[in-house]
Design a protein around this ligand. Structure first.
Ligand code: ZN
Length: 165
């Protein structure tokens, strides 16, 4: 376990500041978290890593591991907790489904600067704290071919944590 974490940290340190290391997660909007977990965990067999509420985003989220070996790559299920949340508006307009793609970067602020230099408009002009306490920033879909891209701070895979009932 310790050895794995050391390797992960080395790999991240070796990346240039703005480089994308891997897909951190796919953000999927759901009407109901439990129904989503039944599909992704119970039917498709992904391991539920954690579930949490993110009050600042007005969502409940569940993270399921795509790769059990490395702990990297997740499906993030997002259930709105208030009608005015961005996810609630998305579901009302388009129905549940793929909401964003999050790529891991070593330095979110540096990645934002690179994007700005390339003329890509960001929703967040500075990194903010997202799910899991990680630094995140979103790029505007009108600058990215219609894909909502989340830049997500790379971090070594987390150990297993109990899921609150
Ligand atoms: Zn996300």
């Amino acid at each position: 376990m310790d050895g794995q974490d050391v390797n992960a940290a080395r790999e991240i340190a070796a990346l240039p500041p703005e480089a994308a290391g891997w897909v951190d997660h796919l953000g999927i909007a759901v009407a109901d978290l439990e129904t989503g977990i039944r599909l992704w965990r119970d039917v498709l067999g992904l391991e539920l890593e954690r579930a949490e509420e993110v009050p600042t985003e007005q969502v409940k989220v569940a993270f399921l591991r795509l790769d059990r070996a490395t702990g990297r790559g997740h499906v993030e299920l997002l259930q709105p907790t208030a009608p005015e949340s961005a996810i609630a508006k998305f579901v009302a307009k388009r129905g549940p489904g793929l909401h964003h793609v999050a790529i891991a970067v070593a330095d979110v602020a540096a990645a934002l600067r690179s994007c700005a230099e390339a003329g890509i408009e960001a929703i967040d002009t500075a990194p903010r704290v997202g799910a899991g306490g990680k630094q995140v920033a979103f790029l505007h879909p009108k600058s990215t071919g219609g894909v909502l891209i989340e830049l997500c701070a790379a971090a070594p895979p987390q150990g297993r944590q109990p899921i609150p009932a």
